[in-house]
Write a protein that binds this ligand. Structure first.
Ligand code: DC
Length: 223
């Protein structure tokens, strides 16, 4: 049985970067499933399909070929043969991904691809439905969160560094809107699995958060 670690949590909890560090420390791959939904969002934007239109999305999702490849241990996300890793972090793609990820046809396709990868390889997987759906049987589940204000503050500072000076209030509003959508959709909403360990990073720094997760994995797998 491969080692499969599940990390879920809301927007801006630091899942991606913390998961990267934990996976690197364990010497296993990290699968960022949000990138896969973002690639779907980008494909829909390009095709001119409204991501909130379930019928349209469901009828075109078969044309969207999302895959993940690893180069030097780092995830690259592909649409067909095109590496779209650098194109999926825009506000437009974030909103499209959050909207389209509601639809069962989209989720079925992504979950199946994720489960295929996890069945073959030691992996840490992060997303919204990993502990509840994708890796339901994993012994190592973490629900990573922090207060909305702290998550928005971190995102705001990251944006500033990247030259984006969107006001803090707007960042907080967009974060709350996306959380609401992710937590209230009918299919596989974001929620803490009953057997997931809660890690609240509001008062933890980066290294402390990584260490907290490593301890949970050690307990679960004895590694
Ligand atoms: O983690 P992220 O912000 O990159 O995710 C982008 C969107 O994809 C997010 O709004 C919700 C959706 N998502 C999902 O529905 N299920 C996952 N396992 C991962 C992400």
């Amino acid at each position: 049985m491969p080692i499969n670690i599940a990390i879920d949590g809301p927007v801006g909890a630091g899942k991606s970067s913390i998961s990267d560090s934990v996976a690197e420390r364990l010497g296993i791959l990290h699968l960022d499933t949000g990138a896969m939904y973002r690639a779907v969002g980008l494909a829909l934007v390009r095709m001119g399909v409204d991501p909130s239109d379930e019928a349209a999305v469901s009828s075109r999702i078969g044309e969207v070929n999302v895959s993940v490849r690893y180069e030097d241990g780092k995830q690259h996300t592909y649409l067909g043969e095109e590496d779209v890793t650098g194109l999926i972090r825009t506000a437009e793609v974030s909103a499209a991904a959050s909207s389209a990820s509601r639809w069962p046809a989209v989720r079925r396709a992504m979950v199946a691809a994720q489960q295929r990868m996890a069945a073959e390889t030691d992996m840490l997987i992060d997303g919204r439905d990993i502990g509840t759906v994708v890796l339901k049987d994993s012994p190592a589940k973490i629900y990573l969160t922090a207060s909305a204000e702290e998550r928005a503050r971190r995102r705001y500072l990251q944006n500033l560094e990247a030259g984006d000076d969107t006001p803090y209030e707007k960042v907080l509003e967009a974060l709350n809107a996306r959380d609401y959508q992710d937590m209230h959709r009918e299919t596989d909403p974001l929620r803490r699995a009953e057997d997931a360990v809660l890690v609240d990073t509001t008062e933890l720094n980066y290294e402390e958060s990584v260490e907290a997760i490593l301890r949970i994995v050690e307990q679960a797998y004895g590694i």
